[in-house]
Write a protein that binds this ligand. Structure first.
Ligand code: SDX
Length: 428
């Protein structure tokens, strides 16, 4: 027997079904609301609205829980393998060795982009934002891979997912090399996913970059922690675009654009700028926190707060441990890490942050790790996109491949002019 809630409108009662999720979270199913009552719901920012049912990722914002296909993200910390987690998110279970080897082989063999595509990078100014190039070039993959235009062929999914996960590295590295006026470095088929990316980023024709195990683990873990986060802004964008039956490249290119925003994936860049401002002595941590609390300042404490987490973002906790481990192994001290710790300490005892449940989120420590690895600040959000890509693919596939979605088309409450006669003000 389906549980229902009663809605009373104009003296009439309506029964709306309740949907209950795996962990007991409940939702009012308003699929029939307008047809039965003539009413729609209104929820700017969708803070109270579920757009879909999904089996990919579970977040409990109050408890600070994040699980990929049921596995708590903390369990990936010991032996981080981004490609294994990418498979888990996309196909719903951990890969067998045979599946993993097959997927890895395609990743290796398809890491190059079409040679003609390489010249597109020369068309961008060196100052071009890498996120603009990334979005444009992921979309451009549609031009070179017409074989992947079908959106509902499960047999194609593994092939197109492998190519996109592989090529996003190459596109990102080529964008970076372009911005530095350096020659592109081709992928090396002997290298694994992360070392190959860092090779394309940092090797020179005469001097090959070698990725040590500590860096490889830290980078794999950083990508894993960014891999999915249920219906965040960029993933919802990918679902929205995919609902029109746009192909995977076009849908993920739109996800890159949404992630670019400073309130979303762009926050890690803002965090580094904030820490650098404090480090350069322009402001003490205490002064910065004061400005972040002052609504008139227009400033926020970047890397703090979250729409869903009203507790510690579990990713921030793992990333803080990863940063400590990385610096210890590198025998490095980073004053920005000390400043980050100081900001966290101040806010934990400041009622403004405590009352609003504002804690460090995934972006607070990620930038410090990326900087330690040598990734420039303008590439931070690009790295976030590389990490988030398997999540975008998983949600696109869950919506498009395993079901046939209705096109997403929200309603609105109109508050404009009543019917008005057209009287042109232009000269005859
Ligand atoms: C990501 O959705 C996801 O899952 C995203 C993400 C993912 O993995 O995809 O987790 C990645 O986007 C992480 C968030 C990165 N963004 C930042 O770090 C930017 C700084 N944070 C904020 O702008 C803010 O916290 C948001 C955007 C993250 C969340 O904003 P909400 O949920 O809309 O919260 P809100 O703006 O309604 O704020 C509630 C209150 C307000 O104060 P009052 O009006 O109640 O007095 O908290 C205040 C806000 O002013 N507030 C902050 C703050 N964040 C919220 N005050 C100071 N500093 C902050 N960072």
């Amino acid at each position: 027997m389906t549980e229902t809630v009663t809605l009373k409108v104009d003296g009439k009662e309506y029964q709306l079904p309740l949907v209950t999720g795996t962990e007991g979270e409940r939702a009012i199913d308003i699929t029939r609301l307008r047809a039965e009552t003539g009413l729609i719901s209104l929820d700017p920012g969708y803070g109270n609205t579920g757009s879909c049912e999904s089996a990919i990722t579970y977040i409990d914002g109050e408890q600070g829980i994040l699980r990929y296909r049921g596995i708590p993200i903390e369990q990936f910390e010991k032996n981080p393998n981004f490609i294994e987690v990418a498979w888990l998110l996309i196909f719903g279970k951990l890969p067998t060795q045979q599946e993993y080897d097959r997927f890895s082989e395609v990743l290796t063999n398809t890491a190059n982009v079409d040679e003609a595509m390489k010249h597109n990078f020369q068309g961008f100014p060196r100052s071009a934002p890498p996120m603009a190039i990334l979005s444009a070039m992921i979309n451009a993959l549609s031009c070179y891979h017409p074989e992947f235009q079908d959106v509902d062929d499960p047999d194609q999914l593994e092939a197109v997912a492998a190519r996109l996960i592989s090529k996003i590295r190459t596109i990102a590295a080529y964008a970076y090399r372009r911005s530095r006026g350096k020659p592109v470095i081709y992928p090396d088929p002997k290298l694994r996913y992360v070392p190959n990316f860092l090779h394309m980023m940092f090797s020179q024709p005469y001097d090959k970059y070698i990725c040590d195990d500590v860096t490889q683990d830290a980078f794999n873990l950083l990508l894993i922690l960014h891999a999915d986060h249920e219906q965040n802004c960029s993933t919802s964008t990918v679902r929205m675009v995919g609902s029109s039956q746009a192909n995977l490249f076009a849908s993920c290119a739109s996800g890159v654009s949404a992630l670019w925003g400073p309130l979303h994936g762009g926050a890690n860049v803002q965090v580094l700028k904030m820490l650098q401002t404090i480090h350069d002595g322009d402001m003490t941590p205490e002064e910065y926190v004061r400005r972040a609390k002052d609504k008139d300042s227009g400033e926020r404490l970047m890397g703090f707060g979250h729409r869903v987490y009203k507790n510690f973002d579990p990713r921030a906790t793992v990333l803080q441990r990863t940063a400590e481990r990385l610096f210890k192994k590198m025998n490095k001290q980073d004053p920005l890490l000390d400043i980050a710790r100081k900001l966290e300490e101040i806010t934990l005892s400041d009622s403004y942050f405590v009352e609003r449940n504002l804690y460090p989120n995934v972006d607070f420590y990620s930038g410090i790790i990326l900087r330690a690895i040598g990734i420039p600040v303008n590439m931070f959000t690009v790295i976030f996109a590389i990490g988030r890509l398997p999540g975008w693919i998983a949600h696109w596939a869950e919506q498009n491949v395993s079901a046939s979605p209705r096109i997403a088309r929200p309603r609105q409450v109109y508050t404009g002019n009543p019917e008005t006669r057209y009287v042109s003000l232009l000269d005859e």
